[in-house]
Design a protein around this ligand. Structure first.
Ligand code: PLP
Length: 362
C-alpha cells in the first residue's frame, strides 16, 4: 500500500485512516448490498439508511435538538453565502455581518446582492489578527439575522464562544471548525459548513437549521436555492452527493467511537498547544499571526523573518514529508491545519523539524 505523509492541507484535508480504509474496503460492494455506494440509487432503502444514520449520528455528536433540521446540500459553503440571505433576509431585507476574514467578506459580498448589510464589527484593520470583543459589536436588534465565521481558516483565528445576539437568529459559517468541539446548537438559528475540512470530501455541505426559519424561505425562490424545498425532501430533492454523505456518516461514527466531541476538543487543544508553544518559545524566530486570545486550534498561522526563510522552510518541510504548510496568499508565511483526523504525532514531528530548522538558520 502507498505510504501516507503528514497532510497539513487547509481543505480538502486529512480524513481518519479508519474511514478511508472502511470506504476502500466497501467501495466495490457495500456489505449485504452487492453494489457500490457510487452506484446505488439515492431513492433506495440502502441510501435512506445511509443518510438517516448520518443525520442521527450528527444529532448525537452535536446534541442537535428536535426542532432543528439537518440538510446535506451541494455548492459548497460558498452557495450558503447566497442561500442564507435569499432565504432568511426577507421581509426585513437587512442583516448584520461580523467581518473576521476573507470568507466573511465573501459572505458579505453575496448578502449585499439580497439586501442591506450592516457590518457589525470588522477586524480587517491589522489584517484580521483577532476576533472582535462583544463590546465592539454594533448590532441592529431589528436585523433578520447575525452572521459570523466561527473559525477563520486563512488567518488562523477562532471564536472561543459565540457572539451574544439577543433574540436575533445567529447564523454561523462553521466550515473549518465544525465537529472540532461541542457547541450549544440552541444558540444558533442556522449553522453551515463545507464538509471538506473536518467532515468528509468536498462537494457536500452540512446545514443545520432551526425549523421556524425554514418557513421563511420565500415561495417564489428557485427550488434548488430553497431550504424549505430541500428540507421537505430530506435533502433528496435532486440527486445528492451520495458518496460524500456516506463518508460524513463514517466520520460521524468514527467520532462517536473515539469518545465524541469533548474528547476530540481535548485532543485538538493539546495538538494546537504543542505548535503554539514552539512558536512562543522560539525567541521571535517564528511569529504567530493571530493574537493569543484569538488563536485557532484548527489552523495555526505563522511567519518567519523573511520570505526567503519561509520559502526554504516550506521546501525542506515538503522534502521531509510535511505537506500543505504553505500559508494562504493573503497572509503569506505558513499554516498548519490540524483538523480532527490529524495525528498528534504529526504535530510533535513538525515541531521537532521546526526546532531543527531554527537551529540551522539562526
Ligand atoms: C470558513 C470558510 N468558509 C467558506 C469556505 C468556502 O467553502 P467552499 O469551497 O466549500 O465553497 C471555506 C473554504 O476554505 C472556509 O474555510
Amino acid at each position: 500500500m502507498e505510504k501516507r505523509i503528514y497532510n497539513f492541507s487547509a481543505g480538502p484535508a486529512i480524513l481518519p485512516e479508519d474511514v478511508l480504509k472502511e470506504a476502500q474496503e466497501n467501495l466495490f460492494a457495500l456489505p449485504g448490498v452487492g453494489m457500490s455506494i457510487l452506484e446505488i440509487s439515492h431513492r433506495s432503502k440502502t441510501f435512506d439508511n445511509v443518510i438517516n444514520e448520518a443525520k442521527e449520528d450528527l444529532k448525537k455528536l452535536l446534541s442537535i435538538p428536535d426542532n432543528y433540521t439537518i440538510l446535506f446540500l451541494q455548492g459548497g459553503a460558498s452557495l450558503q453565502f447566497c442561500m442564507v440571505p435569499l432565504n432568511l433576509m426577507p421581509p426585513k431585507n437587512k442583516a448584520d455581518y461580523i467581518n473576521t476574514g476573507s470568507w466573511s467578506k465573501k459572505a458579505i459580498k453575496e448578502a449585499k446582492r439580497a439586501g442591506t448589510v450592516n457590518v457589525a464589527a470588522s477586524t480587517e484593520e491589522g489584517n484580521f489578527k483577532r476576533i472582535p470583543k462583544q463590546s465592539e459589536l454594533k448590532l441592529d436588534p431589528d436585523a433578520a439575522y447575525v452572521h459570523f465565521t466561527s473559525n477563520n481558516t486563512i488567518y488562523g483565528t477562532e471564536w472561543s464562544s459565540e457572539p451574544e445576539v439577543g433574540n436575533v437568529p445567529l447564523v454561523c459559517d462553521a466550515s473549518s471548525d465544525i465537529l472540532s468541539k461541542k457547541i450549544d446548537v440552541k444558540k444558533y438559528g442556522l449553522i453551515y459548513a463545507g464538509a471538506q475540512k473536518n467532515m468528509g470530501p468536498s462537494g457536500v455541505s452540512l446545514v443545520i437549521i432551526r425549523n421556524d426559519l425554514i418557513e421563511k424561505s420565500p415561495e417564489n425562490l428557485y427550488s434548488m436555492l430553497s431550504y424549505k424545498v430541500h428540507a421537505g425532501a430530506n435533502s433528496l430533492f435532486n440527486t445528492p452527493n451520495c458518496f460524500g454523505i456516506y463518508i460524513i456518516g463514517l466520520v460521524a461514527k468514527w467520532l462517536l467511537k473515539n469518545g465524541g466531541l469533548d474528547s476530540m476538543h481535548k485532543l485538538n487543544k493539546e495538538k494546537a498547544e504543542i505548535l503554539y508553544n514552539c512558536i512562543d518559545s522560539s525567541n521571535g524566530f517564528y511569529k504567530g499571526h493571530a493574537e493569543k486570545d484569538s488563536r485557532s486550534i484548527m489552523n495555526v498561522t505563522f511567519n518567519l523573518a523573511t520570505e526567503e526563510l519561509e520559502k526554504n522552510l516550506i521546501q525542506e518541510a515538503g522534502d521531509a514529508g510535511f505537506s500543505g504548510i504553505k500559508g494562504h496568499r493573503s497572509v503569506g508565511g505558513l499554516r498548519a491545519s490540524i483538523y480532527n483526523a490529524f495525528p498528534k504525532q504529526g504535530v510533535v514531528d513538525l515541531v521537532d523539524f521546526m526546532k531543527d530548522f531554527q537551529k540551522k538558520n539562526s
